[in-house]
Design a protein. Sequence first.
Lengths: 232, 80, 80, 760
Amino acid sequence: MRFGVVIFPGSNCEQDVIHAVNHLGHEAGYIWHGDTDLSGFDAIVLPGGFAYGDYIRCGAVARFSPVMAEVVRFAEAGKPIIGICNGFQILAEAHLLPGALLRNVGLKFLCKTVSLRAEESICDWLDVPAGTVLRVPINHNEGNYICDAETLERLKANSQIVLRYCESDGSTAPGGSAPNGALDDIAGICNERGNVFGLMPHPERVVDPLSGGTDGAVFFTAIAKHVAEVAS
Amino acid sequence: MARFEIYVTYKKGIFDPPGATAERALQNLGYSEVAQVKIGKYIQLEVADGTSAARIREMCDKLLANPVIEDYRIETVGEA
Amino acid sequence: MARFEIYVTYKKGIFDPPGATAERALQNLGYSEVAQVKIGKYIQLEVADGTSAARIREMCDKLLANPVIEDYRIETVGEA
Amino acid sequence: MTLETLSPELAPKLAVELGLKHDEYEKVVEILGRIPSVTELYMYSLMWSEHCSYKHSRKALRMFPTSGDAVLQGPGENAGVIRVGDGWAVAFKMESHNHPSAIEPYQGAATGVGGIIRDIFTMGARPIASLDSLRFGTLDKPRQRYLFEGAVAGIGGYGNCLGVPTVGGEVYFDEAYEGNCLINAMSIGLMREENLTRAVGSGPGNLVLLIGSTTGRDGIGGASTLASQEFDEKAEDKRPSVQVGDPFEEKLLIEACLELLANGLLVALGDCGAAGLTSSISEMASRGGVGVDIDAAAVPQREDAMKAFEIMVSESQERMVAVVTPEDLEAAQAVCAKWGLRSTVIGRITDTGRFVVRMGEEVVADMPAATLAHDAPLYDPAMERPAYLDEAQAFDPMALGHPTTPEALSAMLLELLASPNICSRRWIWEQYDHQVMVNTVVLPGSDAAVLRVGDTGRGEMSERGIAVSSDCNGRYCYLDPYTGAQIAFAEAARNVACSGGRAAAITDCLNFGNPEKPEVFWTFYESVRGLADACTAFGVPVISGNVSFYNESFGQPIYPTPTVGLVGLLDRVEDHCTMAFKQQGDAIVLLGRTKAELGGSEYLKVAHGLVAGKPPKVDLVDERLLTDLVVTAIRTGIVRSAHDCSEGGLAVALAECCIAGGIGAKVDAEGKLPPAAELFSESQGRVVLTVAAEHYDALKTLSATHATPCTRIGTVGGDRLAISGLADVSLADMRAAYEPTLERLVHGADTLQSEELTEG
Ligand SMILES: Nc1ncnc2c1ncn2[C@@H]1O[C@H](COP(=O)(O)OP(=O)(O)O)[C@@H](O)[C@H]1O
Ligand SMILES: [Mg+2]
């Protein structure tokens, strides 16, 4: 089992993902955005950061990196892809996931630990029962998820909403629980096939108890388990 | 050199946080006559002479605007 | 309702990192005809009828533009 | 040679306009043996400015102890470096960006962060953490809110994009900073000892490579307006001296430079900060005792018709200067290209010892390179003890009327918790990515941030940690600069100790008014003396720093503000500690002793609107014993929480431990002092610790060996902070007072109000 972590110019969480994955006992390697060979990797992570400075729009330039054509092929092959924060934004710009991420409603960058509720979804990259509440940090300026009404209906009907922001007891506050204004409190979604998963929170920041907690581990262990199952 | 100007705005129905905030801020500052503020992008493009508007549209579709959330309008300004 | 449009751009001599990035990105995408890209703000303002241009200028100076680094231009668009 | 010099009439006039004193101009003429050219005059005037030459401060700074076993690089380089252990080293430095931020807070603060971070990776270290030390006027003024909000957004905007966590800092609001805010930024970098790089140019024939952004007219400043009027037919409109930062370019520079150094492709590396190419190149040349030959025309320019002097002194951001051998040029440029960075050969190292600047074929400057960096005149400014001090120090705060009833004291405690100088800083640090690199073990909101040491996700990790804090209470320094500077040090040492770190070295940023005023210079000198004595007493060296003078508005100087940035070491990062009360039943212990010291306190300001009296006394021997004790106790594993007493005194310290832990406490008052003094006195040398009740005796014994008073004052538990007979407040009320203040002050009122926003 080997995770591949893509480095775009301006990515800045790639080493955190590698650390997290290694900490959990799995192998990982870096993939330069100009590379086009993904053989040797069982899962791809698009990490957080500010690819191309987030200029024009978050993810707008990065989606044209040479590696992205291969990422699309990887997705079409049904293999696991996870985009974290800026990685989610890139997946959205590349149309591997529907919708877009706008500026946080408060117009402030937000770095804080929030509660997330795992939803009943077709994405297998989350190794907890639906309803589980996880504590995971967010760290973004543009995490305000939006899509048109039709898309939202489709996401719901097809169980593509993987994670929602919630209160610490798993409930939703009357005005919504998203700290960034995200539509329907959406924190993470997957594609129709369930193998491409994008989320704004940073699970890689909470796998090592010394630096924050362990609630993020389930995101990576789920993928590892799946890959092991497919292999056997 | 030819010059084009591109105006990128949010699609109808898409909430625009900076616009909404500016609207509130102006009203708080006493500009009660303000009804709505929308903030988009104003892109000035300098390209080689003879570049067609179709080429510019391509650049917008690909990179300068996101068709999922944004509309754009192109204006030819003339020589630079 | 009256409508105004405001174009905010960096002052001459101020570096525009998003513009420079867009320029390079377009060239890398094969648009070698692109010579320069500048990215500013395009603000659409809807205000009560009879609001004077001077009022709008005031709003720009106070809030909508940063006079230290930005210039702006106001256009009257007419009724909304 | 065809060097075109200025006319004998114009040269001295321009020199004065550029800020050179007449004697300094004469010295330039003497060095050159002729009248200077325009370019030369610009280069000297900038290199000999206060900012670059430290001409008013350098002699005083010699009081600082700068050496020690752990010091790998002391002051004099782009940053200082200390050994951490196991082959690891950290580079750190603090710098001010006060004046640019007062004009444009977002960009000023952002480029301040960018500048200090370049100083760090220039040394071969990967930037791993930043801190910001901020001072503004009070937030009831719209302009102050604008500055505060903008500066915080700018610091976050830049650091977040780079992926360097901003892990701590401090902020004070006081009228004294209304006309002159302070934005000090500290950066810390991590490296293996063997990768330490110095900006020493060498090897005649080697090439000078400029990496990164294009060069524009940014930051050339007011003088250029005059120059263009004098030398241009048509004067250009006054240019903004504000620079816009490009953190994306800087991120690429970090990665490319570290890769270049790791591959051994560079002979030397320097960053372009103040005075741009002139300063980075002349410093490299003078350190290496070599000459340089630069073609200004080769520098990639972003504006038309730039003059050589503009190119040489431009402060365009995100540029680095490297020296490479001709053999390595291709490989070095390939690394730059991989990261999408421009790299251009702009000159070469020579053996002449001269700094020659050409514009194409034409020589526009030719001077002994070392004279730029080293021959600025040094001054012994006149000093005079300020007249205000006698009256201020004679004031006796105990003679005032103070609250005595539990109701009044409880209300006062809540009022202090809500004071902008004490309240939660969450609103600030939630805008900063404080976790990226996954090494932040103690997050902002406790005493000092703690970071794990290791090359996360790239290489080796270690068990070690560092703890960092920046501190300075300007009111104390105003009331007694010598004592105030020592308190800045002592508080930083306590903060670091409470997190488990042993003080190792400091950096500083000395913010003062106009040094040519004897009263201002006296406060500067006394502050430096105080800080130097504190460092000596602790055996802690100063390894880098920065002086910012001329922080005045309408002739009124700011409070003397010598900010201290202290780095401490943890042998095992697991042995860290936070301020939060952890467990019901734990014993609360006060180390140190409370005295009736309300002078310069936050209480005096909040309750009586006064900044007066003598600041608390500080005993450096006691402070050192105390911090040793706290670190030792934490290492034994018995300490559950530790928090030092600073602004707001014991009551506020206890309240902060309760709020952080989400649990209350029952405390017995000693009853020897008047109640307001017992609760709110800011006596130094105190720490509130908790241990499990059964470990109290062990702590008591340990304290005795450190000659530090150790008193059990209460027990953790419940949902109120009850201080017997003096104050009794609920956790909810304390939270409601402490948490929302900044957010309320910034957003609650009609922010961004009218003309006040842009004036002054
Ligand atoms: N400007 C700031 N930026 C980031 N963190 C800050 C800032 N100001 C304060 N903090 C953090 O808030 C906490 C409390 O700060 P402060 O009240 O200055 O503590 P202390 O009194 O212990 O020095 C610390 O963790 C500090 O690092
Ligand atoms: Mg403290």
